[in-house]
Design a protein around this ligand. Structure first.
Ligand code: MG
Length: 388
């Protein structure tokens, strides 16, 4: 059993939207295809991966460091001990050889893109949808049959006023979502409160709206906004300060009694552990958003889950960033609290299988082997073109 070739490329997911820090006009992602010599139905099994939105493509690191290390590895060293499948864990150690600790930068994204493709491939070798493969391999064998998803939107965009915010939120309800998220911190407090109230007016209750600052605020602004939004009893108050400013997070926790969420820009076990140790996050109410693709893949995410257990956190406190089908399978298999979803953004990579819709805020999984990216027709054309 061998990997015969690996193909990577770049796909634009450009958009006119913006949050409090960045616009997405030049956003792109890396895509990858890992081709094996395992033949099913007359064709080699291929694993596919890509990085979730918010971090740019990482082709240089993939081409110069990560992929070559895997291609020169002894085929016997990349298999499970019983040699019945590829081992993403063993491959993780191989591709991370000669890499210093710390300073994770974009390297964690490159490893995550490959890791996604390897898990897609391994599930296909096992002939199981990824969530069942992961549940059997790492979980209790009884995965969740559906997953809570919330609609992440509410971006700032040219010409977008309160009527457009209302229409967007109504659209999320019409699609079957119960909870939505909007960006704040990209306008003044007065305007943001008007946007929040417009959204709540449509959603029906503040507990159905999360707000996301994308790391924009200093402590004073974080507390000023926190005091202003506290009466709304929002679903959560997300990434309020710089993702690595654990003291700010902790000081905010002293002042803001309602749920906080953060973690999408922490890219390693060690960074995640620092948040748990020093960030004042409260296991009974706060949410952890580590993204399995951006942070060195599922191999590292499993280590993060182990760490969380040691610190007394439930897997249900995790709702990953990214809105992608990989994390959806992980959420079902590891019994997370849910998964992000971007109904209107990041075409064609974002979102889930074409035939699956949200019902009462929850979504089911694909039952074809692997992640099921073959059932995202527009995206699959790009993935298949990598190697066809
Ligand atoms: Mg966010």
């Amino acid at each position: 059993m061998k990997i015969t070739s690996i193909h990577e490329g770049t796909l634009p997911i450009s958009s006119t939207i913006r949050n409090a820090w960045i616009d997405f006009s030049n956003m792109d992602v890396s895509i990858i295809a890992v081709v094996s010599d395992v033949i099913r139905d007359g064709r080699p099994l291929v694993g596919y991966g890509f990085n979730s939105n918010g971090r740019y493509s990482v082709g240089e690191i993939l081409r110069r460091r990560i992929i070559p290390r895997l291609l020169v590895a002894d085929p016997a060293d990349i298999l499970t001990d019983d040699e019945t499948n590829f081992s993403p864990e063993k491959i993780w150690d191989i591709v991370m050889s000669n890499e210093k600790p710390g300073g994770h930068g974009e390297r964690s994204v490159a490893v995550g893109v490959l890791d996604m493709a390897l898990f897609d491939l391994a599930a296909k070798v096992a002939d199981k949808p990824l969530y069942r493969f992961l549940s059997d391999t790492y979980g209790d064998g009884v995965p969740d049959e559906d997953v809570f998803v919330y609609a992440a939107g509410g971006y700032y965009a040219p010409g977008k006023g309160l009527p457009e915010v209302r229409a967007e939120m109504q659209g999320f309800l019409d699609l079957g979502y119960n909870v939505a998220k909007m960006k704040i911190g990209g306008a003044g407090l007065k305007e943001d409160l008007q946007r929040i109230e417009a959204a709540i007016d449509v959603l029906g209750d503040g507990s159905r709206l999360a707000v996301d600052v994308n790391g924009r605020f200093d402590l004073d602004t974080a507390i000023e906004y926190g005091n202003a939004i506290e009466p709304y009893n929002l679903f959560w108050y997300e990434e309020v300060g710089d993702p690595l400013d654990y003291q700010l997070q902790s000081q905010l926790a002293d002042k803001y009694p309602n749920p906080m969420a953060t973690g999408e820009n922490l890219f390693s076990l060690v960074d995640s552990r620092n948040l748990i140790r020093h960030g004042g996050m409260r296991p009974d109410k706060d949410i952890l958003q580590f993204d399995p693709v951006l942070s060195y893949g599922l191999v590292e995410y499993l280590r993060i889950q182990e760490m969380l257990r040691e610190y007394g956190w439930s897997s249900r406190s995790c709702i990953p960033h990214g809105g992608h089908q990989f994390a959806l399978h992980i959420a079902a298999a590891l019994k997370l609290g849910g998964n992000e979803s971007y109904p209107g953004e990041f075409f064609p990579t974002g979102g889930f299988a074409d035939e699956i819709s949200v019902e009462n805020g929850r979504i089911k999984l694909t039952e074809i082997p692997g992640i099921g990216l073959e059932h995202k027709a527009e995206f699959y054309k790009h993935l298949r073109a990598l190697h066809a």
